[in-house]
Design a protein around this ligand. Sequence first.
Ligand code: FO1
Length: 327
Amino acid sequence: MRVVVLTGGVGGARFLRGLKALQARPGQSAPQISHITAIANTGDDITLHGLRICPDLDTVMYTLGQGIDQDRGWGREGETFTTQAELSAYGAGPDWFGLGDKDLATHLIRTRMLDAGYSLTDVTAALCKRWDIGISLLPMSDERVETHVFIEQDGEKVALHFQQWWLEHRAGIPALGFANVGADQAQPAPGAIEAIQECDLVLLAPSNPVVSISPILAVPGIKEALQAKTVIGVSPIIGGSPVRGFADACLAAIGVQTQAGAVAKHLGAKADGGVLSGWLVDDVDADQVQDLESFGIRAKAVPLWMSDVDATAEIAREALALAEGIR
Ligand code: FO1
């Protein structure tokens, strides 16, 4: 079976690592996965010091290529930050975005190739060759689609780049809303729609629903392509808190409760024009299953903490099993 995964950064990358482990040893009860395509959010991408940085693509690439810093969840293992310290000594910020020395090589090559006229899709494929990640990794679009966060400053509504709000302010300034700047004019990356059309199952990784999954769905054509597919999501919210990051601040900004069931309803049931066929919640949220089923979303409560690769492979197996029950 061919599987497409819509993903953000750290949580999505770890989920993909579990899905790959399941592919390697499916056991008797799981269907054999023949191919995995990940379509990654690029709304977080930013240009700093003239370099194009794609955090979610890189996090997936390093995680699956065994090059990730396991504790931080982003950037390279054994990383140093000498160049950034030198830049700071020149007064050249920002200092809120950790630019590692090893990571810089990725941004230098990416920027050089983009400047030479290659698409982000081609550049990503070229970078991934080194890491031998075992899946197809696509950006959601080759075009620039940037997540901006609206906040109030001195009585005015102003827009910040997502990374500035997330990293400098740790999502601590209340967001008034979000914009996917450029999304309406963007096209899905070459191969993204085909991958969805040809797959047997689409999974939504346990990524931030507002600033990781939603920007992908905002690229014209992607949400429409999902309509014909079984789509199973894994909740990034457990027991009323985000598994990681500040999804609670993002959800509050759009008026959605930080609850597994509320996020599923926000994404919507397929029968009502939404994206979800099914939704996995954690055991602690089992009380929300019945309500989701009545809402038209098949739901199941299973352990959702991605504590190690085996536990994550088990989550992926449950997602496949939920899909089997729907088809
Ligand atoms: N996350 C942080 O919390 N602090 C950082 O300084 C930081 C730098 C960074 C550099 C490269 C990269 O690929 C990712 C990086 N991240 C950092 C993660 C990233 O900012 C966000 O977690 C994602 O964009 C949200 O998905």
